[in-house]
Design a protein around this ligand. Structure first.
Ligand code: PAF
Length: 278
């Protein structure tokens, strides 16, 4: 494993990889790695010759200074985990490497898919995500990039950005990794107490409850019932939406072939999201 803390040294090493005509797989992360990230890394290792994992807590995608401050930073543990996976390039750059003064990024038209759900409650979040992922893509220039489906809307946004910029990168979405009790793995879980982890199970339980309703009820009615079910738990709901997986448009009377539920809630101060195809 090699660790690069500046862009120039990574670019130099990648040049050698490209000269050997080896394919590059990329797993962008904000660190605090868990088995969900490791599953992405393993998928990348299976189908590409050299895997680059970036670890960069991106300031432009946080809405509040306190959320950014509290985001877990565990670089040494992250490196130890990655070391076990293989001969990986770890890229842990400084802010100035990702956002140089000559950065030509301008706010990006995401056709409204950045304004619903996460976008509604975290204004500007997806512009920050698109900005950092675009800048990382331009540095790493992978053939394939791997993202977890827990961030369902993020995957849709990144696919659209990649298409609009005509970047020759295949976006590979990987299944959510869950604890045996169903809790979706997330770096934010590190901030939960044991009893909050129990409380947070209401997210998964609501998704499971919802799956049983789709045959008998419309999306509108199912949504109401699911919200009622969710409210029996202790979390504070931010949104629970039933959307078309492709357009992210809210479903009302009819289900679509790719109906998806996305949910976000606060467990104490920690904001959690979860999702499932229905
Ligand atoms: O999903 C994440 O961890 C981040 O949003 C990403 C894609 C690494 C961009 O900062």
């Amino acid at each position: 494993m090699q660790i690069f803390q500046d862009k120039q040294s990574l670019l130099q090493a990648l040049q050698e990889i490209k000269a050997e005509e080896k394919s590059i797989g990329f797993v962008p992360t904000m660190g605090a790695l868990h088995d969900g990230h490791i599953a992405l890394v393993r998928s990348a290792l299976r189908v590409t010759d050299k895997v680059v994992v970036s670890i960069f807590v991106n300031p432009t995608q946080f809405n509040t200074a306190s959320d950014l401050d509290k985001y877990p930073r565990t670089l040494e543990a992250d490196i130890a985990l990655l070391k076990k996976e293989g001969d990986i390039f770890v890229f842990a750059p400084a802010v100035s490497d990702i956002y140089p003064e000559e950065d030509l990024f301008a706010p990006f038209d995401l056709e409204g898919i950045d304004l619903v759900m996460e976008g509604k409650f975290r204004p500007g979040h997806f512009q920050g995500v698109v900005h950092v992922v675009r800048n990382l893509f331009l540095i790493v220039q992978p053939q394939k990039a791997f993202f977890g489906l827990k961030d369902f809307q993020q995957v849709a946004v990144i696919r659209l950005m990649t298409k609009k910029l005509s970047l020759p990168i295949e976006i590979i979405a990987c299944a959510i990794e869950r604890a045996p009790n169903g809790l979706a793995l997330s770096s934010r879980n590190l901030r939960l107490t044991e009893s909050q982890k129990e409380d947070a199970l209401i997210l998964f339980q609501t998704l499971e409850f919802l799956k049983k309703l789709t045959r008998d009820f419309s999306p509108a009615v199912s949504r109401e019932k699911a919200i009622e079910f969710f409210k029996k738990g202790k979390l504070e709901l931010e949104y629970l939406e039933l959307v078309s997986g492709e357009t992210l448009e809210a479903l009302d009377q009819n289900w679509s072939a790719d109906s998806t539920c996305c949910i976000a809630a606060f467990c104490g101060e920690v904001r959690l999201i979860d999702t499932t195809p229905l």
